[in-house]
Design a protein around this ligand. Structure first.
Ligand code: DGL
Length: 262
């Protein structure tokens, strides 16, 4: 059995394209539809109920577009809403959570850092995962206030970004971490600036590859892998398509970026 229907992916904005990229790389034959809810970004400062409502709206849109599986390419939406979504809909969901487990396992100093949104760090799912996987490891948590806004407005390489990060990364340096977990799908886009500011021995990890592998496993388990040769990639945003284009244009072979009011 197989299915040539698209994989639906959503995020609060352009950040989840870092996850789309990993999925497209691992599963080039799959069609993808990416929804950037940039009009409502950032999700990270919103109350849980609102994050659930926005995530539900995105899922409804992807279901209307006939998606066969949904990837929640947003840590904030996963940690706050995926349980509600799984209860409400029968379609398979893949979520993204901060990679605490591999960082805690590999850390030599047993001191790791996590940079994520307020919504993720204050969620029950994050708390229980961190409890489970970080025994004997000290975690320094920092809320990345302001980072998503700068990335969404196309300023990922700006001087403002460097200044903001300099401040945000200070607790990690002071606490001597050797692993930094990026707990927001927007943050892989600022790895070059983070690397410049952290000591060279600090390893930075994110969850993109793991999410792509999990997507492949779920497609296989549900017998819904595509039989096509090359999947088309559609990107839809309810804000500025020009910004979204900048994040995906050079990579997707067959693709289309457009505005949609959702
Ligand atoms: N990209 C998102 C995440 O992974 C959300 C960031 C936000 O909208 O605050 O958490």
């Amino acid at each position: 059995m197989s299915s040539n229907k698209p994989i639906g992916i959503f995020d609060s904005g352009v950040g989840g394209t870092s996850i789309w990229r990993e999925i497209h790389h691992l599963l080039p034959n799959e069609k993808t539809i990416y929804l950037a809810d940039s009009k409502n970004a950032p999700y990270g400062e919103k109350p849980r109920d609102e994050i659930v409502a926005l995530s539900t709206k995105n899922v409804e849109k992807l279901l209307a577009l006939d998606c066969k599986i949904i990837v929640v390419a947003c840590n904030t939406a996963t940690t706050n809403a995926i349980e509600d979504l799984r209860q409400k809909y029968r379609i398979p969901f893949v979520g993204i959570e901060p990679a605490i487990k591999p960082a805690a396992l590999k850390s030599r100093s047993k001191k790791i850092g996590i940079l994520a949104t307020k919504g993720t760090l204050s969620s029950e799912l994050f708390y229980s995962t961190a409890e489970l996987h970080s025994k004997g490891t000290e975690i320094t948590e920092v809320v990345g206030t302001g980072l998503v806004e700068l990335i969404e407005s196309g300023q990922k390489d700006s001087q403002e970004m460097e200044l903001l990060l300099k401040n945000l990364l200070t607790p990690f340096i002071e606490n001597n971490i050797d692993f930094l977990v990026l707990g927001c799908s927007h943050y892989p886009y600022i790895i070059p600036v983070i690397k410049k500011l952290l000591p060279p021995h600090v390893t930075i990890i994110d969850s993109g590859e793991a999410v792509a592998k999990q997507t492949k496993n779920l497609l296989k388990d549900n017998n819904i892998l595509s039989e096509e040769n090359r999947g088309s990639c559609i990107f839809l945003t309810n804000k500025n398509p020009e910004i979204l284009k900048g994040f995906v244009n050079s990579e997707a072979a067959t693709h289309e970026v457009s505005y949609l009011d959702f």
